[in-house]
Design a protein around this ligand. Structure first.
Ligand code: CAO
Length: 568
């Protein structure tokens, strides 16, 4: 029997990635390509597959270890046929039994240009999704993680990024095509070796025909659902038949579970090969909430908080989700005639986003007022002077410029929180893309004015008009709605005083504006009639504190009160 030292294969740009999960144990019989461990960087998590079939004799890494290409992972007593074959996934070095010498045989690199077929990665529960945007064309030079296409299901739209940098040789999909996990998206020409690609490539795909460049199959990095699950992660290598009773779930599911505090090893996977799906995680939360798991949790080793809630009841732990009542089920027809209507596609997508944002972000809203008497007079006279231009200057355009100035003065408002392997980080942006909520017959959308800092009031007004029209006509594309730093939701043309806008994650604040009205204001000598605009700023208390929010509002209001301050 030959002993094999299995090493980490070429994992691209990933350096010093932490081992977050061991998927096999000593004595396990593993198949070639079966996942051995999961590693996670700040960008992605991925599973490291085994290069050979055999029996695990020794595991050489522990949870938390940092690994790189070539790090020995385990020693394997290889099955006779496998020991002689070419490595498939991880690199491997033959060693002598029973005390193998350390070896650093590299994974076989490939020379010359390589054509790579980028395929749709694990996109969670989405079975078949339609291509609604193709973002690259043959000849385009693309970066790793650059978006290739946008796909859309009835629940969400998401961008499919490329796992590698290279030049697009061929685009294999067109608008309207239906794709699923594994569907080829583009053929990419790259000069780098293919060893890293082999992470997800079947052995046969590595054969290189003499005249044609090698075509190997790889998965794109995990899809980035547009404002649904903010994640960028390599999908796991599909395991063979995992021996260990450890949970299998994609990176986005792991992240969801972490965010919801769900212990994945207590969740039964209903996906292929026991893989845990989003429904499984949500179902687990639901069962805990309705108390259905109470007995099971008491009998098993339940998470401490839930077990305590179960044991002591609501008095000791009144906020526990274990004590939450189930959603009321009412037969409405018993009380009068009813009509049932499906939610529109936009309502379903925006509803899921709003729900997540409301539940996961600790919102606080500060209210304030801006005296816009002079600005409104200026706006009206500007529109009169420019009647012929066809561009109507709106109050919202001034607010977008004021928001840019306030974001520059208070940069923590122009930021996003991101989870990394070393903890949470604040991403501070040096660009100023401002979203505005637009009401459409099908629901709420948030188009984005890009680079608002570099545009004047006329240009912003014109762009807003175009985007609002596109929104009403249902023609906004994902590119029109992505990249926002801060949003403004104006109900000014409708009415109301103040409200609590929901933050548009991953942004950290949103300005809500209601209808301005003439109010008496003390000018030092007397009450004078002034046009007052009510402001409602919601902010994420993990990133921003109350004093900063109050200062932001005061500054924003001061700019609207005297717009000359914007150039100071
Ligand atoms: N106070 C008083 N009047 C206001 C005002 C305010 N704050 N803001 C706008 N108005 C007036 C304008 O002066 C204009 O009046 P005139 O026609 O007499 O000139 C009228 O309302 C229409 O305004 P507008 O065309 O300039 O539109 P807008 O810039 O205010 O808004 C848009 C554009 C796309 C934001 C808007 O159509 C919209 O969809 N608003 C709803 C947004 C929403 O639903 N937010 C809630 C999100 S949370 O569910």
């Amino acid at each position: 029997m030959a002993w094999i030292e299995v090493q980490v294969p070429d994992i691209g740009d990933f350096m010093d990635v932490a081992v977050i999960e061991l998927l096999v144990k000593v004595g396990d019989r593993v198949a070639a390509e079966q996942s051995l461990l999961t590693v996670e960087s700040d960008k992605a998590s991925m599973e490291i597959p085994c290069s050979h079939a055999g029996v695990v004799k020794e595991i050489l890494v522990a949870l938390g270890d940092k690994i790189n290409q070539g790090t020995p992972v385990l020693r394997l007593e290889a099955e006779a046929s496998a020991a002689a074959s070419t490595p498939v996934g991880g690199a491997a070095a033959p060693v002598s039994a029973p005390a193998p010498a350390a070896s650093s045989a590299p994974s076989a690199p490939a020379a010359g240009p390589v054509a790579l077929s980028i395929v749709v990665p694990d996109i969670g529960d989405f079975d078949e999704v339609a291509v609604i945007e193709v973002m690259v064309k043959p000849g385009d030079q693309i970066k790793s993680e650059q978006s290739l296409i946008t796909v859309e299901s009835d629940k969400a739209s998401m961008e499919i990024p490329s796992s590698h940098a290279g030049v697009v040789r061929e685009v294999l999909v067109k608008l309207g095509d239906k794709v699923r996990q594994g569907s080829p998206v583009v053929i990419l020409e790259m000069l780098a070796g293919v060893a890293g690609v082999a992470l997800a490539a079947p052995a046969a795909a590595l054969a290189r025909p003499a005249e044609a460049p090698t075509v190997v199959s790889t998965l794109a990095v995990a899809a980035q659902p547009e404002r649904v699950v903010p994640t960028a992660a390599l999908p796991p290598h599909e395991p063979g038949a995992p021996k260990a009773a450890l949970p299998h779930a994609s990176p986005s599911i792991r992240r969801l579970a972490r965010e919801l505090g769900v212990p994945l090893n207590e969740v039964a996977g209903s996906g292929p090969k026991g893989r845990i799906t989003q429904d499984d995680v949500q179902g687990f939360v639901q069962r805990v909430m309705t108390g259905a798991l109470q007995t099971a949790l008491q009998q098993a080793a339940a998470p401490k908080a839930v077990a305590a809630a179960v044991a002591t009841g609501a008095e000791a732990f009144p906020g526990s989700i274990a004590n939450m009542l189930p959603w009321p089920k009412v037969d409405f027809a018993k009380f009068g005639p009813v009509e049932r209507k499906d939610l529109s596609r936009i309502q379903r997508i925006s509803g899921a986003n709003l729900h997540r944002n409301w539940v996961l972000i600790p919102h606080v809203t500060n209210h304030d007022d801006a005296d816009i008497t002079d600005l409104e007079a200026f706006r009206v006279s500007t529109n009169k002077d420019n009647e012929k231009s066809g561009i109507k200057v709106t109050m919202l355009a001034f607010m977008i410029k004021a928001a840019v100035a306030a974001l520059k003065k208070f940069p923590q408002f122009n930021a996003s929180l991101e989870s990394t392997s070393s903890g949470e980080q604040l991403v501070l942006k040096s660009y100023f893309h401002i979203g505005f909520a637009a009401d459409t017959p099908n629901g709420l959308v948030v188009p984005v004015i890009k680079d608002a800092d570099r545009k004047g009031i006329f240009q912003i007004s014109a762009e807003m008009g175009e985007l609002a029209k596109k929104a009403r006509d249902g023609k906004l594309g994902p590119a029109d709605m992505s990249g926002g730093c801060f949003s403004i939701s104006s109900l000014g043309s409708i009415g109301g005083r103040y409200f609590t806008p929901i933050i548009n994650a991953p942004e950290v604040a949103i300005m809500g504006v209601c209808k301005s009205s003439i109010e008496p204001r003390w000018d030092g000598k007397q009450f004078a009639p002034r046009l007052i605009l009510p402001l409602s700023l919601s902010w994420d208390h993990r990133v921003i504190d109350g004093a900063a929010a109050a200062r932001f509002n005061v500054y924003f209001a001061s700019l609207l009160a005297d717009f000359r301050r914007i150039v100071l």
